[in-house]
Design a protein around this ligand. Structure first.
Ligand SMILES: Nc1nc2c(ncn2[C@@H]2O[C@H](COP(=O)(O)OP(=O)(O)OP(=O)(O)O)[C@@H](O)[C@H]2O)c(=O)[nH]1
Ligand SMILES: [Mg+2]
Length: 336
């Protein structure tokens, strides 16, 4: 999964990258480990050689100094391309360097407006070009629906497009089609910003925490992080909180594999079958799929071992069409 961190100047984007990368990241790009308490708990039990968390990539995209300059704007749009979710950062702390009191609602409206404008320009250009090089009916209809929505200031992610329309529209890289999470950089762990912003969020989920404190938490060892986050009144370590929300937003869940070699979380789309999930691990396992032995994380923790789960009858045998659930511990039986 690829996320882009967006937001106006000085809102805390770089600080968020650092907090998500647990102090490892340098610069504008980071690979975020999806902090998963289940993986840690299983790792303590199995003591594997390797523990692997699910991962996603974040990249900070700085708001251009001069939006009117064509080259800068193009660079901005290029940097946004490929993002599957935008983490939209909003400043709710006093930043003396900016000489402007925090106003996250106004900032949100400003960037939202800019994104609507970009898309409007793109739609108009596409429709203009279509006069010379005609589009399929489906494409024309899809672009028409875009134009209609944007003219009434409705972001494209709120339009109920068909799958075919979405496939057609993907090539245009419309900014308002990408789902967003609003991440508020608050002065202190308070819920004020959340309730205020939720009213303006248009259905986007709002997360709020002080980024500088989240960064301090991220620099601690994984064992200390949860406790220190709780002591500071944070909802949890930033990587965990943001990853969970982003995964949920995109409809990802994780299943787990366990053993002496590796304990690992595997992200898959909600609704995937056991056979599709097997493909995430290895194409041979998918091809030679026989069955899946499945136990929920909660049951596993209750009984303490796979053998105890089998004896208690909570280790289920599932076929290729079984729909994987979040937190399933799966052992694939296959034959190559
Ligand atoms: N007091 C306070 N300062 C913060 C907080 N988060 C970030 N800052 C400071 O605000 C300044 C801007 O933060 P950055 O993370 O660099 O913001 P940015 O969005 O990356 O800025 P640009 O890349 O210039 O757009 C830095 O000096 C941070 O140390 C916070 O939660 N509280
Ligand atoms: Mg920055």
């Amino acid at each position: 999964m690829e996320a882009r961190i967006i937001g106006l100047k000085g809102c805390g984007k770089s600080t968020l990258v650092a907090a998500l990368a647990e102090g490892r990241g340098e610069g504008h790009v980071a690979a975020v480990h999806v902090g998963d308490a289940r993986v840690r708990a299983l790792s303590e039990i199995f003591k594997p050689k390797k523990t692997t968390f699910a991962e996603f990539k974040v990249r900070e995209v700085a708001w251009p100094e001069a939006t009117a300059r064509k080259g800068e704007m193009e660079r901005y749009l290029d940097a946004l391309a490929g993002g599957q979710v935008y983490l939209h950062v909003l400043r709710a702390f006093e930043n003396p360097l900016l000489g402007k009191s925090p106003d996250p609602v106004a900032d949100l409206e400003e960037l939202d407006r800019e994104f609507l404008l970009f898309d409007m320009i793109r739609v108009e250009r596409a429709l203009e070009r279509a006069k010379k090089a005609p589009l399929p009916d489906l494409g024309k209809r899809a672009l028409g629906r875009c134009q209609e929505a944007l003219e009434t200031e409705v972001p494209l992610r709120e339009v109920d497009f068909t799958e075919e329309e979405l496939t057609f529209l993907r090539g245009y890289q419309f900014l308002t089609l990408i789902p967003q999470l609003l991440v508020v950089n608050t002065a202190a762990a308070d819920s004020f910003a959340v309730s205020t912003l939720t009213a303006f969020a248009r259905g986007r989920q709002v997360l709020a925490f002080p980024f500088l404190e989240a960064l301090e938490v991220a620099r601690l060892s994984p064992e200390e992080q949860a406790e220190y986050a709780a002591a500071l009144g944070l909802p949890g370590p930033a990587a965990e909180v943001v990853a969970q929300a982003a995964f949920a937003q995109l409809g990802y869940i994780s299943f787990l594999t366990v053993g002496g070699d590796e304990v690992r979380a595997w992200p898959v789309r909600k609704g995937e079958t056991a056979r599709e999930a097997a493909g995430a691990v290895h194409s041979d396992i998918q091809r030679g799929f026989i069955r899946a032995e499945v136990v929920s994380f909660a049951d596993f923790m209750k009984y303490g071992s796979l053998k105890a789960c089998r004896d208690a009858g909570v280790l289920r045998i599932e076929g290729k069409d079984y729909i994987v659930a979040d937190g399933d511990i799966i052992n694939f039986r296959f034959n190559v």
